[in-house]
Design a protein around this ligand. Structure first.
Ligand code: NAD
Length: 241
């Protein structure tokens, strides 16, 4: 995949939640291919093997406010922050404690990272891109915390867009459809579910992590200079079918 229309030469980019060779890693690679200096984080001790020599990596738990603040304080400059860290567990999110944990990672974690890097983004007149989900729109009976947290991420995106427009920071989100990653691995063991997604999706397939990278680079680029507070669906047409 080529992103030759987007140039990020010299830009400092941080992708949070890019350790599992999933969507975050694909976004990080695309920014690097477009000339950016890219750092990544994740919950794991190390990045995925294929990315270990490619990116500076930090293990960072987005639920730990003090560590997040220390991490941000060590970084002088940031042009683009991409919030990708999230969890979900199909069928387990009706348990109130786990529900709260999912919201803590997906929603509070997104806000913690954004708030911690506000000063750097303001100084750079930078860009924040949050990763939502089509479950921000659709009900999700087996993942109620995930759906609620992603709907809130879309709303947070709008609020931060307004709050930080005066600082020159643009804030947008993308809402991926069904994508082949570790996060979707459990649901993909159900052949009926895999087939139902393919059937309902006008483009007839699941997304690959690389499918999400292009729209994120677009939102971070000058091509989207008059866009803030929006959320782009990247779902092969699933949500319009
Ligand atoms: N895979 C899909 O079908 C799909 C669809 C829509 C949206 N998304 C979203 O895309 C983003 C990336 O998902 P993915 O499918 O690549 O998942 P993934 O499981 O491959 O990656 C999730 C990342 O979040 C990190 N993470 C988890 N808990 C964390 C914590 N407490 N602190 C810090 N980091 C933590 C993990 O280390 C990992 O790097 C997520 O926001 C996800 O909700 C995925």
């Amino acid at each position: 995949m080529k992103h030759s229309r987007f140039e990020f030469d010299g830009a400092e980019v941080l992708v949070v939640g890019a350790s599992r060779a999933g969507i975050g890693a694909a976004i990080a690679r695309a920014f690097q291919d477009a000339g950016a200096r890219v750092a990544i984080t994740g919950a794991e001790p190390e990045a995925a093997p294929e990315d270990r020599t490619r990116f500076a990596y930090t293990q960072l738990d987005v639920t730990d406010g003090e560590t997040v603040r220390d991490f941000a304080a060590r970084r002088e400059r940031l042009d683009v922050l991409v919030n990708c860290a999230a969890i979900t567990a199909r069928g387990e999110e009706m348990a109130p404690d786990f529900f709260a944990h999912v919201v803590n990672v997906n929603l509070h974690g997104t806000f913690r990272m954004a708030e911690a890097f506000h000063a750097q983004l303001k100084a750079a007149k930078g860009v924040l891109v949050n990763i939502a989900s089509m479950y921000a729109t659709f009900g999700s009976p087996k993942n109620p915390a995930y759906g609620a947290s992603k709907a809130a991420v879309v709303q947070l995106t709008k609020s931060l867009a307004i709050a930080w427009a005066g600082d020159g920071i643009r804030v947008n989100a993308v809402a991926p459809g069904f994508v082949v990653t570790q996060q979707s691995a459990r649901s993909r063991t159900d052949p009926a579910h895999v087939a139902a997604v393919n059937l309902r999706t006008p483009m007839g397939r699941w997304g690959q992590p690389e499918d999400i990278a292009g729209p994120v680079l677009f939102l971070a680029s000058d091509a989207a200079a008059f866009m803030t507070g929006t959320c782009l669906a990247i779902d092969g047409g699933y949500s319009v079918g």
